[in-house]
Design a protein around this ligand. Structure first.
Ligand code: SAM
Ligand code: SF4
Length: 338
């Protein structure tokens, strides 16, 4: 007889099984990307409101051990600005359930990965996504308000050398800003042996500059690449957010995350914890559930689990970006954890 799993699946009202948890570990950042933050004036969370490593571990353990969550992605803000990050990675990387050890990943701007890559890898981080929207130094400065292109390129090489598998590149495409670099970025990915994932610009920038006509949609991205490097779509992505394509000449793979033009909500298996321990069932959710308050208030794991289940019962069928009744969340990307 097969062993009975020790966890119970966390299932939403649309029968989607929740298996991926994104944890924002800080709302702070050393960059100021225009599509994410203003140059000045972000109101940072007071440090005492941000989850400690022990609190992150405690809540993550409930998701992994009780609910069978398979993967955790650390994000922010910029996760690498958190001091002693390898200590947190070590705490999380030992979590496991019947599926095996948790698959621990991180999304970073890469600027300090040259210094951190090896220690993070040793601590048990497995996969990494590094954001890189342009290969031109001036434009990099324009988009991130920091002159750090070289550090990010170094960080990508250091991450490959440290053995992260895979290293992926996230590139947000904004019309009139970097849409002329789609082929250059694809070439970069082919040359360096990393998968570039082009992300459609989403209405989550803190300054509210997003407009539909600034979005470069998946079809246009694919046609632009295909005109230079013929590609074919790979089999269905399951719950992963990217549609993946293979270069017909064997040059690797490339992805597109088409949140706006081809929402993939029907297969979504993700939930999120913000840096202040609020639980969200969608990037675009307008309601949060305070798990850190419950933990600090002395609730038992059963009581916290009841809050998680009540929250998951409210998970939407899908976001409303393309509908007239779309309401932007009160928080921006860096405050939610992208
Ligand atoms: N600081 C890290 C980084 O930039 O990779 C992690 C946090 S960042 C919020 C996570 C991802 O969200 C990055 O790949 C970033 O490019 C993307 N992002 C930020 N604002 C966005 C927006 N308005 N639309 C689409 N993607 C966005
Ligand atoms: Fe910072 Fe990432 Fe937002 Fe850029 S996208 S400002 S690196 S959190």
């Amino acid at each position: 007889m097969a062993d009975t799993p020790s966890h119970v699946p966390l299932v939403d009202p649309f029968s989607r099984v929740i298996e991926d948890l994104r944890i924002s570990i800080t709302d702070r950042c050393n960059f100021r990307c225009t599509y994410c933050m203003p140059e000045e004036g972000m109101n940072w969370l007071p440090r005492e409101q941000v989850m400690s490593f022990e609190e992150i571990e405690h809540l993550a353990r409930i998701f992994v051990e009780r609910y069978g969550v398979r993967s955790i992605r650390l994000t922010g803000g910029e996760p690498t600005v958190r001091a002693h990050l390898p200590v947190l990675v070590r705490k999380l990387s030992v979590l496991r359930n019947d599926h095996g050890p948790v698959d621990l990943a991180m999304t970073t701007n890469g600027a300090t990965m040259r210094l951190l890559a090896e220690r993070l890898r040793e601590a048990g981080l497995r996969r990494i996504n590094i954001s890189l929207d342009t290969l031109q130094r001036d434009k990099f400065f324009q988009m991130t308000r920091r002159d750090e292109l070289e550090s990010v390129l170094d960080g990508i090489e250091a991450s490959k050398a440290a053995g992260f598998d895979p290293v992926k590149i996230n590139a947000v495409v904004e019309r009139g800003v970097n849409d002329d670099e789609i082929v250059d970025l694809a070439t970069f990915g082919r040359d360096r042996g990393v998968e570039v994932r082009f992300i459609e610009f989403m209405p989550l920038d803190a300054e509210g500059h997003w407009m539909n006509d600034k979005v470069v949609g998946q079809d246009e991205i694919v046609e632009t690449i295909n005109a230079v490097y013929p590609i074919e779509q790979m089999p269905a992505r399951g719950a992963a957010p990217a549609d993946r394509f293979r270069y017909l000449d064997g040059g690797g793979t490339v992805g597109v995350i088409p949140t706006v033009t081809k929402p993939f909500c029907g297969d979504c298996d993700r939930v999120r914890l913000t840096a202040e321990g609020d639980f969200r069932t969608c990037l675009f959710a307008t309601k949060e559930f305070d798990l850190l308050g419950a933990l600090r208030g002395g609730e038992t794991d059963d009581e916290i689990a009841a809050r998680i289940e009540a929250a998951v019962a409210t998970k939407w069928a899908g976001h409303q970006i393309n509908q007239v009744n779309f309401i932007r969340p009160g928080k921006s990307m860096s405050q939610i954890g992208g």
